[in-house]
Design a protein around this ligand. Structure first.
Ligand code: SF4
Length: 324
């Protein structure tokens, strides 16, 4: 049996767990290719124009996998990974959106994912898949336990400062890398964005490479542990409703209030509701702390040259102010 996993949305955070889980169940796993023009065009054709770019991209990946002879495509309903907080509604409604707006609805493989922390490996989440996959409760439990080890390894590597795709590569190769620290004199930038914006090369337009070519040390929210993030807003009377938005808020507040960065870039996708709140909060914090801040908003039409020019100008400004 072949299971397709779209290389979109939380694939860039939970993909190592899901891939390992299905493989350990003895199934063939097909991950869709990196987002390209054909994939996004497929998504744009079927999605409502106002929806955020990452969801259009997910639709494109789903349709691409459906044409690749897979038996099922995994589209979980991400509900909650923190007490009294939830995922953005687009995640919670995703299986329904796919079922009602895309063809190939018979291929959807879904289950609700609920946890009280970011580790979503509790096998009970995946028991609803057992019947379709022809597996027993015990099979699901063992596969989830083994896959958890892979995911924890992957997360350990991201917390050492490796961007998710590199951390995944290190995990697969079974390497034991050292922590990445800023080199003397290097500009340090906090890049605040959802994993599917930062690590999808089509949306991010290779922002990591551009920053690295400009000799920048980059810190992202997933380079912090969950506890480090949670501590930032632990005493706040009110936070945002959406967990991943809170992760970004927490990473942002931490970076604005520490001496770890020279500037901060908020990478956001056109059509994102939660980011309209976040962006304002970052702007206010930037004014308060005097740390330079820039918003980069991307959509399916954004050109690479535009991004390179803005990132280089921001980096040059930071270099000059550091030299003064
Ligand atoms: S958080 Fe924003 S970008 Fe992510 S799915 Fe929700 S609306 Fe889209």
């Amino acid at each position: 049996m072949k299971i397709g996993i779209p290389r979109a949305l939380l694939y860039f955070y939970y993909g190592p767990f899901w891939e390992s889980f299905f493989k350990r169940l003895g199934l063939n796993v097909v991950i869709s290719d990196s987002t390209n023009k054909a994939i996004i065009n497929r998504g744009i054709k079927v999605a409502v124009p106002e929806i955020c770019v990452p969801i259009k991209i997910l639709a494109g990946h789903y349709l691409t996998l459906a044409q690749q002879n897979v038996d099922y495509i995994f589209v979980p309903r991400m509900v909650s990974i923190r007490k009294r907080q939830f995922f953005c509604p687009k995640f919670m409604g995703l299986p329904d959106m796919v079922k009602h707006s895309l063809n190939f609805k018979e291929k959807i493989l879904t289950c609700d994912v609920v946890s009280d922390n970011s580790n979503i490996s509790n096998y009970r989440n995946y028991l609803p898949l057992a019947e379709k996959l022809g597996k027993t409760k015990k099979d699901i439990k063992i596969a989830a336990q083994e896959a958890e080890k892979d995911w924890l390894q992957f997360r350990k590597f991201t917390q050492l400062g490796y961007p998710a795709p590199k951390a995944y590569e290190l995990m697969v190769k079974g390497l034991n890398p050292v922590k990445i620290n800023p080199k003397p004199g290097q500009i340090r930038i906090g890049l605040l964005g959802y994993v599917y914006n930062m690590y999808d090369p089509y949306i991010s337009l290779g922002i990591f490479d551009i920053l690295q070519e400009n000799n920048v040390h980059v810190t992202t929210f997933d380079m912090f542990s969950e506890n480090e993030l949670r501590n930032v807003t632990g005493n706040m009377s009110k936070v945002l409703f959406w967990t991943f938005s809170n992760y970004l808020l927490e990473a942002g507040l931490h970076l604005f209030n520490s001496d770890q960065v020279d500037g901060i870039i908020h990478l956001t996708a056109f059509g994102c509701g939660p980011d309209s709140f976040l962006g304002k909060l970052f702007e206010l914090e930037s004014e308060k702390k005097g740390i330079p801040f820039m918003t980069v908003r991307v959509d399916e039409h954004t050109g690479e040259n535009h991004l390179v020019t803005r990132v280089e100008a921001f980096t040059d400004m930071l270099k000059r102010s550091k030299a003064v």
